[in-house]
Design a protein around this ligand. Sequence first.
Ligand SMILES: [Ca+2]
Ligand SMILES: [Ca+2]
Ligand SMILES: [Ca+2]
Length: 374
Amino acid sequence: MNSKSMYPRISLILVATVILGTGSVTFPRSECYQDTSKTYNPENGHWYQRIDTPMRWHAARDYCTALGGHLATIGTASENDFVYNLASGGGWLGATDEAQEGVWQWVTGEAWSYTNWAPHEPNNGVWPGHDGPYEHYLNFKPEHPGQWNDVPDHESPFICEWESSTPADLARLAVGKQYNLAIGDLTTKGWDNTNHRFMNPEEITGLDCSGLVYWAYNKAYGATRYQDRNNPVFFEGADGQYRNNTAAISEDELRPGDLLFFDWNGDGYIQHVAMYVGDNLVVSAQSRNAENCPGTIAIFNLGFIKAWRGFVGFRRIASPTTELQIQAHSPVNLVVTDPNGNTINHETHGSLKSGLVSGIEVNSRYERETNCDE
Ligand SMILES: [Ca+2]
Ligand SMILES: [Ca+2]
Ligand SMILES: [Ca+2]
């Protein structure tokens, strides 16, 4: 196939920065906020963000919970280093001894094992006139970098932690990786076929457009099989994801993880999908960049990418609707030809929307293994 002919003839400009890094990866946020970006710790796969709006400890705890995370908890020296670097001197951590003096508990209920108290702490100091008035809440002690202090309740910045990644989080981590379209290579779908698991973000070497969606959703969900009816994304290709795994939404409804679909040449077959990741940004994997060189997975402004020729709409992941699937190594030994002349046989790895096996009447499209920028 001619990849150039089906690529939109517009100049692709990287509007947002492609982030490359060896350790943690951060993302731009609105300049209206002073908070740090949500930051990935590859050591434990958790995400952290410092919130600079000062809050009392319980309000900070509830704020993180409302965002799907929790006030940061520290289980190891390396996690302490990571969180302290993000905290930039101080911030509420997710521990208190308010229930029983001297008995410290993490908000997650995880074991109170690692500690890093500053000298003479915790001292349960008394603060006359404060709501407290005793010290029951965990914070860093600025004069002892990285070490802890028990302090009275007051307004302080704080650090939220998330122990799992959302699909949009994972798509952002794929930015800067190679675009890779290799038929039959399941790593382009984020699947480690040697160890039979979805790859970790740092293991990704290259994805195609629908592979980005396939990996991000199934990895975030914790899927343990390559194709399973219970996986959030069953379809490997953009056309199948469009027809059988999503529902239309309006732009007003757009939220991180929603998808943009493209039919480059208007033939009704969807060739491209990209993911909205929040902050008016979209992550897209395509074969060519503006200089017509092999592409990388890149991040674009929403307004820019939705103006690409062939954009057909916004959609949200919904339960897959396949009625029948045929996979490689299936016990069904079947060879059929679809209306377009494509052959489906035991090596076809994909899905049929409908059809009759015994009658060999297959009149709906099936999904090819990959269909980005063919
Ligand atoms: Ca933690
Ligand atoms: Ca105390
Ligand atoms: Ca203290």
